[in-house]
Design a protein around this ligand. Structure first.
Ligand SMILES: [Zn+2]
Length: 45
């Protein structure tokens, strides 16, 4: 399964996520601060 590193543009939190968590964050925002995020805020791990 693909793994990504999410780095929040607002709170700077780094979170390792899988593909389904990535989709959830893209639709719901950062799980820490609720800031909306884009696909560019994820890197392949
Ligand atoms: Zn955040």
């Amino acid at each position: 399964m693909s793994t990504y590193i999410f780095v929040c543009p607002d709170c700077k939190q780094e979170i390792e996520v899988n593909a389904s968590m990535r989709e959830a964050i893209l639709s719901s925002g950062c799980p820490v601060c609720i800031e909306s995020v884009r696909a560019t805020h994820f890197e392949m791990a």
